[in-house]
Each structure stands twice: as structure tokens, then as C-alpha cells.
Write a protein that binds this ligand. Structure first.
Ligand code: PMV
Length: 309
């Protein structure tokens, strides 16, 4: 008989992400390019005397972590309760995948406690249950990148395919306006229902664009990548997920010398990413930082990992 050791306490962490190209259209099974960033969520977990899932001594029924951990407890037949402590450096509700990272790290810590190891497949399914609260119809891109890390092409029906990209860092500009991913996903669905033919054209344009992006990565053509970002942004604007803040932040970045910029994540506020030569990044940051919060983040960060506790 194989006896696996389970833990009284455990911790794990998972990265946030930026979608470089293809958000929203990925919900409709088009490819997107996504990269893990070096902002992480850490979740500590303890076996708990009371049954159920507790976040800092409270039972939060509609929390993604609660749903994700409940799924783990149910599938592993774990009888005790679990208490969680969430420590996230990823700003919430601004497009950087904070809820997915928190769900993934919560599920992983619960997996360590109930099974004595991180069962990645189980964690992925559990985290997706958590994401349904936030995304309504999640494509799975956020939970996948939070587990796998690195950079890759994600397609709903084909999963994640890692790729090497020439970009090491990206400038993220946070408009400071938070919004709900589910509402933005619904907004695009409404657009798709009212404009069926046009939406089909947009989806095939997006697919071509991803191929052009892969070519531009190969030839290290930042200028072309910048232009493709602007094309992607125009498609996102057309389906209704840009906002005044996003457009203002993009204009400031372009005026300061960026090759291109676009919203990242669900839009409607949240963050934009901006592509520029390394020697221009400081100038761009300065000219934007009196209006918006700016982060220079590393791309292709490590995925889900167990942490010391
Ligand atoms: O804004 P975020 O971090 O929740 O990202 C949403 C990404 C979408 O493509 C808009 C939705 C999804 O499930 O893929």
C-alpha cells in the first residue's frame, strides 16, 4: 500500500499574467499569446478544526479560492476543514489575472494538505471552478498560465503551447479603474450576437494577427509588433471593451515614444501594456507616472510552485 504524507500546513505561489495579444477572442477559441509576470500570489493553508473553507477565519462563499478549495476537498475526500491566508502582490480587477493566480495557489496548497503533493491536473480543474465566479465563461487562459508560467500560445480547444519570445520586460500602465471581467465578457457576447457577420470577420482578423505577431517575434521587429498591438487594440475597441482611461493611457505612451500599446485582460479600465525600446522606457514611465501607476515587469516568470512555510 502506498502511504503519502499529508501536511498540517502548506504554501504555494502562482504568477499573474499579461495577455500580449488575443484577449476576449480567446473565449471564442481563437489563439492568444500570454506571458506570466513576476508579480505573484502566495497562499498559505492550514488543516483546520472546523469543516469547510475559511479565509482568515471567515467563510466567504462566493470567493474563487473557496470554490477552488471546495473542489479539491470534494475530489480528494478530505474530511477536515482548511484555513487560507492570501498574500497577493498582483493588483486585483485590473487585467493581470489576480483571481486565477489566487485560485491556483489556493487549490495547490489545499492539494498539498489533502494529498501531500500538488496534483496539477486537479489544481487546474479546481481553479477553473473558482474562475467561473469572476469570468462567467472563462477561456482557461489565466489559470493555465498561472500553473505553467513562461510564455505561450493558448487556445481553448488545444491548450497551452510554450514559445520563446524576444521580449524580457514589459511596461504595464494601470489606469486605476477596476471592473468585472464577467461584465466585459458579456459585453463582447452581446456585440457578437448583434453583429454576427462582423464578429466572424474580427475573429479571423485576430487569428491572422497572431500569425503576424509570431513572424515579428522571429524577426525581432519591435516596430511591427507595436503596430500589431494597435491593430489588436482597434479590434478590442470595436467590440466595446476599451475605455476613455485606456485610450488616454495609450495616447500618452505613444506620444512618449512607444511603438505600440493595447489594453490587456478584460479591458473597460484596468491595465494597458506598452512596447518600447529599453532606452525609452524610463522616459515613457516618467511622462505617465504623474497620471497613472506604472510597473516595469519581467515576462516569462515561473509558474505554480510550492513555497516554504
Ligand atoms: O482581466 P482578466 O485578468 O480577468 O483576463 C480576462 C481575459 C479574457 O480573455 C477577457 C477572459 C477569458 O476568460 O479569457
Amino acid at each position: 500500500m502506498v502511504v503519502s504524507l499529508t501536511f498540517e500546513k502548506a504554501a504555494s505561489s502562482a504568477p499573474g499574467k499579461v495577455i500580449l495579444f488575443g484577449e476576449h477572442f480567446v473565449v471564442y477559441d481563437k489563439p492568444a499569446i500570454v506571458s506570466a509576470i513576476n508579480l505573484r500570489a502566495r497562499v498559505e493553508a492550514w488543516r483546520y478544526g472546523r469543516s469547510g473553507v475559511w479565509i482568515e477565519y471567515r467563510m466567504l462563499v462566493d470567493h474563487p479560492s473557496t470554490k477552488a478549495v471546495e473542489y479539491i476537498l470534494e475530489k480528494t475526500g478530505f474530511m477536515s476543514g482548511i484555513r487560507l491566508k492570501i498574500l497577493s502582490k498582483i493588483p486585483a480587477s485590473v487585467g493581470l489575472g489576480s483571481s486565477a493566480s489566487v485560485s491556483v495557489a489556493s487549490a495547490a496548497s489545499a492539494s498539498l494538505i489533502s494529498l501531500g503533493r500538488i496534483d496539477r491536473e486537479l489544481v487546474e480543474k479546481a481553479a477553473l471552478e473558482g474562475e467561473k465566479i469572476v469570468h462567467i465563461n472563462p477561456s482557461g487562459i489565466d489559470t493555465t498560465i498561472a500553473i505553467c508560467g513562461g510564455t505561450g500560445i493558448y487556445r481553448r480547444s488545444r491548450g497551452f503551447n510554450p514559445i520563446d519570445i524576444p521580449l524580457k520586460k514589459i511596461l504595464i500602465i494601470d489606469t486605476g479603474k477596476t471592473r468585472r471581467t464577467g461584465e466585459m465578457v458579456n459585453r463582447v457576447r452581446e456585440f457578437s450576437e448583434k453583429n454576427k457577420d462582423r464578429f466572424r470577420e474580427i475573429l479571423s482578423r485576430e487569428e491572422e494577427l497572431i500569425n503576424d505577431v509570431l513572424d515579428a517575434f522571429k524577426s525581432l521587429d519591435l516596430e511591427k509588433l507595436g503596430k500589431l498591438m494597435l491593430v489588436n487594440q482597434s479590434l478590442l475597441r470595436e467590440v466595446g471593451v476599451s475605455s476613455l482611461e485606456i485610450e488616454e493611457a495609450i495616447k500618452l505612451a505613444l506620444d512618449a515614444g512607444a511603438y505600440g500599446a493595447k489594453l490587456t485582460g478584460a479591458g473597460g479600465g484596468g491595465c494597458i501594456i506598452c512596447l518600447a525600446d529599453e532606452d525609452k522606457i524610463e522616459k515613457i514611465s516618467k511622462s505617465i507616472s504623474n497620471k497613472f501607476k506604472v510597473y516595469l515587469t519581467e515576462l516569462s516568470a515561473e509558474g505554480l510552485r510550492e513555497e516554504k512555510i
